[in-house]
Design a protein around this ligand. Sequence first.
Ligand code: PMV
Length: 365
Amino acid sequence: MFKRVEISAPGKLILCGEHAVVYGRKAIAAAINSRTHLIATSTTDNDTRNEFILNLNDISQTITINQASFKSIQQSITSNDLQEILNHVLNSSSNESKHYKAIIFMLLSNRGINWDIFCNLTVNVSSEIPLGSGLGSSASFSVCISAFLLILSGKVLLKNEWSEHELELINSHAFCLEKIFHGKASGIDNTVATFGDYILFEKGEIVKFSSNQKLPLLVVNSGMPKNTMEQVLKVRSLYEKQTEICEHIFDAIDKIVIDFLRILRHNEANVAIASDVQDLITMNHGLLCALQVSNLGLNTIVGLAEQCGFAGKLTGSGGGGCCLILLRSNEDSMQMIEKLDEMRFEHFEVANLGSPGVRVDDVVI
Ligand code: PMV
């Protein structure tokens, strides 16, 4: 079939609208130029091993599947319905890792995968995206695995340009994998990792769009792990106590998203636009603080950026994870970067916001 295949998918950044999106408002996310890479190699005919191996290099975990477990997985349920298969995997009492369950889900939803090919594969996955920081590392993993196993099943072709239908298929499987990793998932992360570019998200509806605006961003990791479910529940309990005020906050965030969208879709970049984006970012952070999802680490990063004349906000669920800071191409950010370094905050510049989605980077037949 092939000797070697390389597939990659990007991470994501929520630009604005987090939390309010859970209450029916809009959010914008974009693909970043940090990617997860899956490299699969097939052993030669005279070196058959009879075992599938998946090396998760970033967490030093290896998953192996032998013929007996392959057969017992495939016989464990007869349904072809993705939701039923997902429930079956989620309800199974086994204490296997979530990554293993992800593979089980893909094998059950793609019973056409041939053992003779599968058993000779070694798959290595590694990511440039910091894990657990809200930048979509698990979704980019889910999308790579989904694409790869759909290729093995023949439902998605091994080629450079995938059709909309093939991408939808990759995305719907990856969405199920995200539910294995995170319980309730909104679908933003896997959609961005699949389609790349920019995504406007509202009430589960997704609109893909591109932008000519160059938004130079610095992503700063607070170093604190975040727990999305915990932060969503925190906002829920605030909402139950302060419903009317929260509704106003969500409406204000929604207006920020609408203005941000207008700017991103605007063809020209100019100083007025840059200053508007700065305002929107600063206001969005303030509103997230009002929802109580920021913390000392995130506020320190945003405060430091503001001290140096830049705008910043937390991105994603908050309670940890990352902030984004809008850089201005012609202005010196050295002083801010030195201060971030002094405080040992990891950071990286996002050069190409709206990067390409999942793709086959290399094939050796
Ligand atoms: O934790 P992240 O970066 O994947 O972002 C979560 C965004 C929320 O709006 C808080 C939750 C959601 O599902 O949309």
